[in-house]
Design a protein around this ligand. Structure first.
Ligand code: IPE
Ligand code: IPE
Ligand code: MG
Length: 239
């Protein structure tokens, strides 16, 4: 076991959140501060994803979701978007080969405008980890909450039209089943780095009861200590 997480596990007052969702923000500013191009920050940002995945898995978190690319992020320069797409492809390969600890990797988001090469890597990683029984790791890539909700509405209408659903069956539980996160627990804790206190179209439906924890530190500097502080905050603050 990673010695690092032992302090949290040994503290029996601490309840570990079932679903932690992280908005990984500040890669560009982190790089700029060091005099490097933004892309350098994106690459550096993959390290804490790996590290925090390992920590959460060992802590017994059920679901961990990372927001790495929003539906709005296509408006960035072609150079940056292309770099990110290549990086995501490498990252899914890495997850497939190194997703030790019994992790199930899933993609949440719209696939339509992703390249067929990236979709292929995503599918391969999902398929090769789907029989694992440990933590579910969601990668929110080309994800946008409003479009997810709009698609759910469209799919519900479709099922009513084709007769497999009747309108009086629509309730919160049913709507949840039409989300990318169907069957997963709602978000308990949202973490956002880099001092931005926004939700940026992330898991709006699923975060009804979520507590929010922010840090001014940039994502590439995110460490276990940040996670620990966020989990402690989750345990103390009651709305
Ligand atoms: C987060 O870092 C990663 C992505 C959204 C892809 P940013 O790229 O948003 O970095 P800043 O916020 O511009 O510093
Ligand atoms: C959206 O990215 C959130 C992610 C980290 C993927 P931005 O950093 O571009 O967020 P906004 O648009 O500034 O809120
Ligand atoms: Mg940002």
């Amino acid at each position: 076991m990673n010695g690092l997480i032992k302090d949290l596990l040994d503290d029996n007052r601490i309840k570990i959140p079932n679903h932690i969702a992280i908005i990984c923000d500040g890669n560009g500013r982190w790089a700029k501060k060091k005099g490097f191009p933004r892309t350098f920050g994106h690459r550096a940002g993959t390290k804490p994803i790996e590290n925090i995945t390992r920590c959460c898995s060992e802590l017994g978190v059920e679901v961990l979701t990372f927001y790495v690319f929003s539906t709005e992020n296509w408006s960035r320069s072609d150079e940056e978007v292309n770099f990110l797409m290549k990086l995501f492809m490498e990252f899914f390969v890495k997850l497939r080969n190194e997703a030790g600890e019994n992790i199930r990797v899933r993609h949440i988001g719209i696939r339509d405008n992703l390249s067929s090469e990236l979709i292929n890597e995503i599918k391969k990683t999902e398929n090769s980890t789907e029989n694992n029984s440990g933590m579910i790791l969601n990668i929110a890539l080309n994800y946008g909450s409003r479009s997810e909700i709009a698609d759910a509405a469209k799919n519900i209408m479709h099922d009513i039209d084709t007769g497999s659903l009747s309108a009086d069956k629509i309730n919160e539980e049913l709507i949840s089943k039409y989300m990318f996160t169907s069957g997963l627990p709602d978000v308990d804790l949202i973490i956002r780095t880099s001092g931005e206190m926004r939700i940026s179209n992330f898991l709006l439906w699923q975060s009804e009861k979520a507590k929010l924890w922010f840090t001014n530190d940039f994502w590439p500097d995110f460490k276990y200590d940040h996670l620990k502080n966020a989990i402690k905050y989750y345990n103390v603050i009651k709305y």
